[in-house]
Design a protein around this ligand. Sequence first.
Ligand SMILES: Cc1cc2nc3c(=O)[nH]c(=O)nc-3n(C[C@H](O)[C@H](O)[C@H](O)COP(=O)(O)OP(=O)(O)OC[C@H]3O[C@@H](n4cnc5c(N)ncnc54)[C@H](O)[C@@H]3O)c2cc1C
Length: 296
Amino acid sequence: MGIPSYTLLPHEATCQSPHDGSIATALERSEEGHPAMKIVVCVKYVPDATADRTFNSDNTVDRTGVDGVLSELDEYAVEEALKIRDAGDDCEIVVLTVGPDVARSAILKSLQMGADAGVHVLDDAIHGSDAVGTSLVLAKAIERQQADLVVCGMASTDGSMSVVPAMVAERLGLPQVTFGSQVTVDGTTVRVRRDGDAATETIEGTLPLLLSVTDQANEPRYPSFKGIMAAKKKPVDVLSLSDLGVAAGDVGADAAWTKVQQSQQRPARSAGTIVTDEDGTGAAKLVEFLAGQKFV
Ligand SMILES: Cc1cc2nc3c(=O)[nH]c(=O)nc-3n(C[C@H](O)[C@H](O)[C@H](O)COP(=O)(O)OP(=O)(O)OC[C@H]3O[C@@H](n4cnc5c(N)ncnc54)[C@H](O)[C@@H]3O)c2cc1C
């Protein structure tokens, strides 16, 4: 499955998907009374950044013994899907996570925000998967959903590799429009503004495609009381690797291309240097310290 080729034109780019035209599927869906567009949002469950991060004996991150949350950067992905629906697009929003049992709270938070349904890929064989393995499981789960639009966060807040969206797009043969800080959907056309250090690009693509959004794209809503109550009744599919037709040997620590050899606790932060200004020399001492640290 080759990467769709496109040439980036200054400020504007168009790309056409080689996909088999789930547009037709969307129309069929609306004729069958289903929402015309299906959006799948990939959300990751991560250790709470405020909690101490600990590692298991196999050097993987302990995700069950510590508090965990929906990755903060994925709240922007959920919110972007909700905004597309609020803009009047007739769409169904499914949130998808790959993770241990506790990861279902990432789905619950997304349903409380307003997503319609969840898919949780839960299988012990996934433990220790690297980005390559994770992207395989996600792609297989998305394929089942026949999504028109896949939305991801710009990165997770634990591995923070920013590679999974591109890997998923490659596996599905979908055009990818990443790091969108402003998104508009006009029928089957998705237009994204991407703010780089040196330039701002406007990229346009045609559904079906994969999109990732930055933390500048929107302001995630807080779940309302009504949303929290409604989420309890929303459907969540729990799938195993065999449900997806993924061989256990293709994921997990043994299949990982990268292996964490060793992990150790970060040394406790030292108190640091305290500069007190008793005789007006405080500023000079501060400059001396900053110069000494080559900060200035
Ligand atoms: C500290 C640390 C270091 C790591 N180092 C490596 C490494 O060097 N190489 C390697 O291959 N793996 C590494 N991993 C494992 C890697 O984090 C996982 O495989 C992970 O699932 C994918 O990478 P990521 O979290 O960096 O995702 P990113 O590439 O940052 O993912 C971005 C987006 O993809 C989606 N996404 C990612 N994971 C999931 C998921 N499980 N469920 C649903 N959506 C998801 C979300 O929308 C997310 O916003 C590391 C993990 C940790 C915690």
